[in-house]
Write a protein that binds this ligand. Structure first.
Ligand SMILES: CC(=O)SCCNC(=O)CCNC(=O)[C@H](O)C(C)(C)COP(=O)(O)OP(=O)(O)OC[C@H]1O[C@@H](n2cnc3c(N)ncnc32)[C@H](O)[C@@H]1OP(=O)(O)O
Ligand SMILES: O=CC(=O)O
Ligand SMILES: [Mg+2]
Length: 367
């Protein structure tokens, strides 16, 4: 059954008697960095309580990167951490094992009764189509009803198979629980038979080369020519962003595995931010600061956006600002920036100070 074949009236009905009513809108909660940790790793687990408040999302990972022998310890470790921690403004997510794995049923039937009241989002890996979301949707409704939960747990799908990419729109619209999508470049590369061996990021071989110089109309093919590395993930991220925007949910970049290359990591994150993603994964504590920086609009952009909003008055017509035309459409882009800045300032006091300071600066400029 696809979302389209479910009656519009039924779409927002709970899928089990006693389950909480699905949300009509997915809240726009800051989620610049979704920080992964392995709850079966004692060193990582010990750090989690102190990370509350320093990152928008903490995610207890149960799937890939957790050894098969540690699956149960990771699940139980996540329960222990969640029960013993006050997460305050930080969201708690988990990534469950794949739906065809021997672990996923126990993941869901253990986590929902034990910590369902604390879990904001469940990330489902290797989603192939709407049928995967429908399965999780119904099972979650049954478990929520049994556990007496009053808030539905949201679902986030990782796009990491060719079939998942082909079905991206139906995945986003499969359930009112759908919170968003992440790119899974490592599994996706394998599934597509791409010839890479990396976890996200670019590849020096994927490039375009400038034309050869011509002398008297003849191409000099011996001359050295500049090459420009291209983004392997542009097509998939653009598709994800459109599918998410169409369904009122959120798109995220995924993992960047070269932990030491903070510059390329920042570039990859920024490409995703500019294309419309709201956040990314962080695999190592040092990627949190990169994500927070990139996925928070710059002070300059917020200042400019506020000036456009002020100059556009009732929001219609066209004005000139700094030699450029601004109208209803550029105003809408500026409102995206201003609203995001407000949401982030509400959870990030340091950012609030910076945004408030430029408010004062641009007031001075106008006066
Ligand atoms: C394709 C995919 O599916 S991607 C998603 C799945 N992968 C993951 O979730 C990977 C998560 N991250 C990790 O496993 C680790 O960061 C690794 C293996 C990449 C690197 O780990 P290390 O070699 O221990 O890194 P490093 O020595 O720099 O760690 C420094 C400290 O930070 C801790 N640390 C490392 N990563 C994390 C993390 N994600 N969360 C919390 N603490 C962490 C380490 O335990 C270490 O603690 P210590 O100072 O008490 O010894
Ligand atoms: O799960 C993430 C991926 O890149 O694969
Ligand atoms: Mg994967």
């Amino acid at each position: 059954m696809t979302a389209a074949s479910r009656s519009p009236k039924d779409f927002f009905r709970p899928l089990a008697l006693g389950a909480p009513a699905p949300l009509r809108e997915i809240p726009a909660r800051p989620s610049r960095a979704i920080h992964f940790f392995d709850p079966s790793n004692p060193k990582m687990a010990a750090k989690i309580p102190d990370m509350v408040g320093t990152v928008d999302v903490l995610l207890g990972n149960l799937e890939d990167a957790v050894k098969a022998d540690n699956k149960e310890a990771a699940r139980n470790g996540l329960v222990e951490i969640a029960q013993g921690t006050d997460f305050g403004p930080t969201q708690l997510w988990t990534r469950i094992n794949a739906l065809d794995s021997p672990w996923v049923l126990d993941d869901l039937t253990t986590l929902v009764p034990a910590i369902g009241d604390k879990l904001d989002v469940i990330m489902v890996p290797k989603v192939q189509g709407a049928e995967d979301i429908h399965y999780v949707d119904r099972l979650l409704a049954q478990l929520e009803a049994k556990a007496g939960l009053d808030k539905p747990i949201l679902v986030h799908a990782i796009l990491e198979t060719a079939r998942g990419v082909a079905n991206v729109e139906e995945i986003c619209g499969a359930s009112p629980r759908m919170q968003g999508l992440s790119l899974g470049p490592a599994d996706l590369a394998a599934d597509r038979r791409m010839k890479t061996t990396r976890v996200g990021g670019g590849h020096p071989g994927y490039l375009v080369r400038e034309d050869p110089p011509r002398v008297g109309g003849v191409a000099n093919l011996e001359a050295s020519r500049a090459t420009y590395q291209q983004d392997l993930w542009h097509y998939t991220i653009a598709r994800m962003v459109d599918a998410c925007a169409m369904h009122g949910i959120y798109a995220y970049y995924g993992p960047f595995g070269d932990i030491s290359d903070t510059t390329a990591c920042e570039d990859q994150f920024r490409n995703a931010f500019l294309l419309g993603c709201v956040g990314t994964w962080s695999l190592h504590p040092k990627q949190i600061a990169i994500a927070n920086k990139v996925f928070s609009p710059s002070v300059e952009d917020v200042a400019h956006a506020r000036r456009v909003v002020a100059a556009m008055g009732d929001g219609t017509g066209a004005v000139m600002l700094d030699g450029k035309m601004e109208d209803d459409a550029s105003l809408k882009q500026c409102l995206v920036m201003v609203e995001l800045a407000e949401q982030l300032a509400a959870v990030d006091p340091e950012l609030k100070k910076q945004y408030d300071a430029i408010g004062a600066d641009s007031d001075e400029q106008e006066a």
